[in-house]
Design a binder for this molecule. Structure first.
Ligand SMILES: *Cc1c(COP(=O)(O)O)cnc(C)c1O
Length: 465
């Protein structure tokens, strides 16, 4: 299996193997890596998907993407180990909302949001590859919410990786901060920066742009553009369809921010999973659902909502889909994105828009509508759902056709967003013991000014080896 960049010219070179793509993240030309060919889901695996355990299915589905880079036994071990820490024996259980509408719960991992599913595997793959190369890495990241704690939890205790996560002091929720600061691992470090989330992101960019520092500290990233994260997310689409074992092809409804999750659904479909449609569920920051409706990418200002992990205007993973809509023409993809960055808008051709609409539909919910869904689901099913999941449920209900089988992806545990749940339903959901425990554990956090020299000194000082 070889990978190419979304910005490579046609007639590109031989491509990279999985291990290089894993460690590199972004391609040197600024593009994102995509597999040169999409492996087909064998009919044997498709029919076994309903009876295999989750990690067994994951290892078998990841194997063609990993290729020769990791031997099969090691892959199976890493995947089994990654999902052993999940609080539910099914890893990603399905729960019925009604006869034809199911929730796929992706939030039973150690930090109670769906980022765990990919990051728990990716951190192990990273460590394994660094071991083989006798090398080390320092992961740096900025977070405003779920990604930071999921990455820290996944890296905690890994031999060859250290991690530093920057968050804006006083601007994350209490529970999100505590998930980072109460982690008991000597190789994972939370830093509160005196600044905004954008300042944190700029500091991370500045570290990567400081070439001498980057080489000295062996800087690396595990952000959502890393192909391995997308690959690990393809699994639960196949898993859900296998478990439902319905004759009808499934429609998946996906609460969307950076387009990583729904892109994995698109790859499941390209692998041969019978899929009716993919529904893109947006909050008020609805650039993606507008793109599906109008064929135009048009940026608006980011508005803070009750579903903060979807408060995004430029969805980085969309580039992978655009590359397909341009039939693998990297130059044309680059030029559309450049136009979008320069002018804040860019239009697909009528033919590209038609192809997009053949597979995707979507809509948006504002905060008031999101609270309404949370309240109604609680009244009808006695179930709490978090605001991200509620956006998905609301969009699924609006878009579904009679007789369509719909699976909505539940991306965060309701107890992670207790304030919104209480506002909508009047009660607080029970927190799982591991989440409740963060309230009592001592916090460990370093406060630093918004100053690149201070941040780089800190990273140097905590680096092992
Ligand atoms: C990250 C996240 C999303 C958005 O996922 P993308 O892959 O960025 O589209 C949705 N819900 C929750 C809870 C998240 O943490």
């Amino acid at each position: 299996m070889r990978y190419i960049s979304t910005r490579s010219e046609s007639g590109h070179g031989p491509g990279l193997a999985f291990d290089d793509v894993l460690l590199a993240g972004l391609a040197p030309d600024g593009g994102l890596y995509v597999p040169e060919h999409v492996p087909k889901l064998s009919s044997e695996l498709a029919s076994a998907a309903g009876s295999l355990g989750y990690s067994e299915l994951a290892a078998r589905m990841l194997a063609p993407y990993v290729g020769d880079a990791v031997d099969r036994e090691a892959l199976e071990e890493m995947v089994a180990d990654a999902y052993a820490s999940f609080a539910h024996p099914d890893v990603c259980p399905l729960v019925a909302l009604d006869d034809d509408h199911w929730l796929l719960e992706l939030f039973h991992g150690p930090t109670f949001a769906f980022k765990d599913i990919a990051l728990q595997v990716v951190a192990r793959l990273f460590d394994h590859e660094l071991e083989r190369r006798d090398d080390r890495a320092m992961i740096v990241a900025a977070t405003s919410g779920d990604t930071g704690s999921a990455a820290m939890e996944a890296v905690a205790g890994r031999e060859r990786i250290d991690i530093v996560v920057l968050h804006p002091a006083g601007r994350t929720s209490e529970i999100q901060r505590r998930q980072m600061t109460t982690l008991d691992a000597s190789n994972a470090h939370a830093v509160a920066v005196d600044g905004t989330f954008d300042d944190c992101q700029d500091l991370v960019k500045a570290m990567f742009n400081d070439r001498a520092f980057r080489v000295e500290t062996k800087l690396a990233a595990v952000n959502s553009i890393n192909w391995a994260r997308v690959a690990a997310q393809i699994v639960y689409y196949v898993w859900a369809a296998g478990r439902l074992a319905d004759e009808r092809p499934v429609t998946f409804c996906v609460p969307t921010g950076n387009f990583g999750n729904v892109l994995a659904g698109h790859y499941a479909r390209r692998m041969g999973l019978p899929t009716e449609r993919l529904l893109i569920a947006s909050n008020t920051n609805d650039i993606l659902s507008r793109l599906i409706k109008t064929g135009e990418l048009a940026a608006h200002d980011v508005v803070p909502t009750l579903s903060p992990s979807m408060d995004i205007q430029i969805s980085s993973n969309l580039e992978r889909l655009l590359f397909e809509l341009f039939d693998g023409d990297g130059a044309a993809t680059t030029s559309l994105l450049a136009q979008f960055r320069a002018e804040g808008r860019a239009r697909l051709s009528a033919e590209q828009h038609r192809r997009l609409r053949a597979e995707f539909a979507g809509d948006r919910l504002d905060d008031r509508e999101t609270l309404e869904v949370m309240s109604r689901v609680h009244a009808d099913s006695n179930m709490f759902v978090d605001p991200h999941t509620a956006v998905g449920i609301g969009v699924a209900e609006r878009c579904r056709r009679p007789g369509e089988l719909v699976v909505t992806l539940a991306t965060a545990h309701p107890a992670k967003f207790g304030d919104a749940v209480e506002r909508a339903t009047g009660s607080l959901p029970d927190a799982p013991p591991a989440l409740a425990a963060v309230a009592d554990r001592p916090e460990r956090c370093t406060s630093l000014p918004n100053d690149i020299a201070a941040i780089e000194d800190f990273v140097r000082s905590v680096r092992r080896g």
